[in-house]
Design a protein around this ligand. Sequence first.
Ligand code: SF4
Length: 256
Amino acid sequence: MKAARTRSASASGASTPARVRIPAILERLHREFPDAKCALDHGSPLELLVATVLSAQCTDARVNKVTPDLFAKYKTAADYAAAKPGELEDDIRSTGFFNNKAKSLRGLGAAIRDRFGGEVPRTMDDLLTLPGVARKTANCVLGNAYGIAVGVVVDTHVFRLSHRLGLSAGKNPEKVEDDLIDLVPRSEWIDVSHLLILHGRKTCDARKPKCGACVLEDLCPSAEPAAASVGASARPAQPSRVNLRKGNPKKTETRR
Ligand code: SF4
């Protein structure tokens, strides 16, 4: 069942410029997902940072199963830095890529302990010096742990929906983030990611978007007729891969 919509002549129409459509898109998504928030369970900036590192190539639900025991065992950055060889790997094994992730957690734990007095830094520049932390993770921590909006989290859902909704044609997450920053009011930079991620999971699936049940159908240039919306065959070509490693190849951050 579609949610009730508030249409205005200026905002309706998929061919309308994105800058005109974006207020209605945000309004409808807020109505659809009034409790949108970060899906990674956490109680502190350090816990969110760790959870975000673990979420690379892993579902948030899987990460949330692992973190209660992990957070009970490793309470400080120093605890991660001092984790015994093999033990931290075992503790996070089910999230996949556990060797790389354990290396990142030890490294960022040591960096936070030694260079930041045990506190997760509050600036993009400082966060980007931590092992395994690229812009997506830094934006997530700044926005959701500290309420500081310096950018927009662009994961695979945000990347895909930004293209489908005609908000960006950027070929990498950095360009998509730039376009969203330009389009979306700063007060919405944190929420817009949660909203697009939830909408991507619920309705705008990567392979089978449910356009006929979508609250954004009349605002979306990629909307398909109901008969075609179960498949992506009629969809304009979309970037098939999100290059989240662009920039620093040493960063281990990957799409969630
Ligand atoms: S109309 Fe279809 S392609 Fe556009 S946002 Fe909705 S589900 Fe996605």
